[in-house]
Design a protein around this ligand. Structure first.
Ligand code: ASP
Ligand code: MG
Length: 448
């Protein structure tokens, strides 16, 4: 039985420097059930790597970025003295990184190779920190077990292959030492490096927990759980102690990116509980996400996602025709584009895509737009924010009146409700969205 096993994941800010890493080591020391540790790249490193994949800068500037990455890590190395095995591995990996950065152009596979270095570096350093804290630990290359397809930049995990490999290569190691491994990266069937998309380390942790049949995943980040809204925006925002898998999936999809949305999939498939807490303040509690048949009805949170693209596709041919939607979605799926909201009228379809800042690939490909333009008129609008009310059994009547009155001053572009009882979403101008969220939180969530 591995159900007492815990997979602990530490995000970029939790492993940002020596002090932050040392706090995380203490968390692991305090919980003997932590057998697998998944680390992100040190804060800031992946953004540097994304810049390098764009290869827009001259060699000299690229080497400055390489130096900036080296510097973030060197500050930690200066405090810890790497053991020989880790020092050799780190130096070898660093020289591969530098060589790749010197190339004038990178193909998609090489871009993923480039993006993988942050996690590969931080896992060497973190292993040493655990050893220095008196915890027996080894570094484990996750690419041996986390198998994916070859959609570079946003690969899809192969759950069965990952499970088989993890049972074979990872599970037997857990009795003898804590295994420190990388989030975000994997490998395809030819062992080429792939990545799961920005923020993917949470997802890695849940996939590994599923593969070794662990009982829980602990996501350590820089906030004490998932909040009723972004606390930087509303002083009255409160951490939510418990969420069901469905609510958490909606929060992660539409929300403030505390958790990668796909994390909930493996967890809910296997009933693995997920804890989200702050590595700065581990005793302050956090949010537990669990299978919960009796979720309390009502609105639990309001979230926003900026930088949305609204695509409106119009065609008179759609009138009384069938297959128009299928055609659109086939094209989007060929480009591996995921759509968040959809509304349709007789001759048009509106849909939203997430255009996250610093994404490891652009969400909307020009080739894709060209293909769509062949059979319909496409309009693209930017600078929009998706606002979502999240909860359980959300009924329009609960909030409709209040909501519509509250928002009468704002231009609402599109509303979606009904497909799920866990959310009600709409688009507003990005310039208004902070005020919209503050207003909704105050009117609907701060009532006693
Ligand atoms: N380092 C990657 C990123 O910044 C993955 C992660 O931290 O989850 O997106
Ligand atoms: Mg994250």
């Amino acid at each position: 039985m591995n159900s007492q096993y815990v997979v602990a994941k530490f995000g970029g800010t939790s492993v940002a420097d020596f002090e932050a890493m040392s706090r995380c080591a203490q968390i692991i020391k305090d919980n003997q059930n932590v057998k697998v540790v998944v680390v992100s790249a040190c804060a800031g490193v992946t953004n540097h790597l994304v810049t390098l994949t764009k290869q827009k800068d001259a060699l000299e500037e690229r080497l400055e970025i390489v130096a900036a990455v080296a510097d973030i890590q060197q500050k930690i190395i200066d405090e810890i003295a790497l053991d020989v095995d880790l020092a050799q591995g780190y130096e070898q990996t660093f020289s591969e990184f530098k060589q790749l950065a010197e190339l004038p152009a990178l193909n998609k596979q090489q871009c993923d190779e480039m993006l993988s270095f942050g996690e590969r570096f931080s896992s060497y350093l973190f292993t040493q920190i655990l050893r220095n804290t008196g915890i027996k630990s080894e570094r484990f290359d996750v690419r041996k077990v986390l198998k994916t397809d070859n959609q570079f930049g946003k690969a899809t995990p192969d759950v069965a292959a990952t499970r088989e490999a993890a049972q074979h290569h990872l599970l037997p190691l857990l009795e003898s030492a804590v295994q420190v491994t990388q989030g975000f990266i994997g490998s395809d069937q030819y062992n080429q490096t792939t990545t799961l998309g920005r923020g993917g380390s949470d997802y890695s942790a849940a996939l590994l927990a599923e593969a070794i049949e662990a009982g829980s995943v602990h996501i350590w980040t820089d906030v004490v759980g998932i909040f009723s809204t972004d606390p930087r925006l509303c002083q009255m925002a409160k951490p939510i102690p418990r969420l069901s898998f469905d609510e958490a999936a909606e929060m992660a999809t539409f929300g403030a990116k505390v958790l990668h949305p796909a994390t909930i999939l493996p967890a809910s498939r296997r009933g693995i509980s997920v804890f989200v807490g702050s590595s700065r303040d581990p005793l302050a509690g956090g949010t537990w996400i669990e299978r919960d048949k009796s979720a309390v009805p009502g609105i639990r949170a309001v979230t926003q996602r900026k930088n949305q693209i609204l695509l409106t596709l119009k065609s008179p041919e759609m009138l009384l025709a069938s297959g128009f939607l299928a055609r659109i979605f086939t094209i989007l799926s060929n480009y591996n584009i995921s759509v968040d909201l959809v509304t349709t009228s007789e001759i048009s379809v509106a849909l939203t895509l997430d255009n996250a800042l610093n994404a490891s690939r652009p969400e909307l490909d020009q080739d894709c737009l060209d293909e769509l333009n062949e059979f319909c008129h496409v309009t693209v609008e930017n600078n929009l924010t998706l606002v979502a009310l999240i909860g359980s059994e959300i009924q329009l009547k609960q909030c409709e009146l209040n909501l519509m009155q509250t928002l009468s001053d704002f231009d609402i572009r599109l509303i979606c409700h009904g497909a799920s009882k866990h959310n009600l979403c709409f688009l507003v101008d990005q310039a208004d969205s902070d005020t919209v969220v503050q207003t909704i939180h105050q009117k609907l969530l701060e009532v006693a």
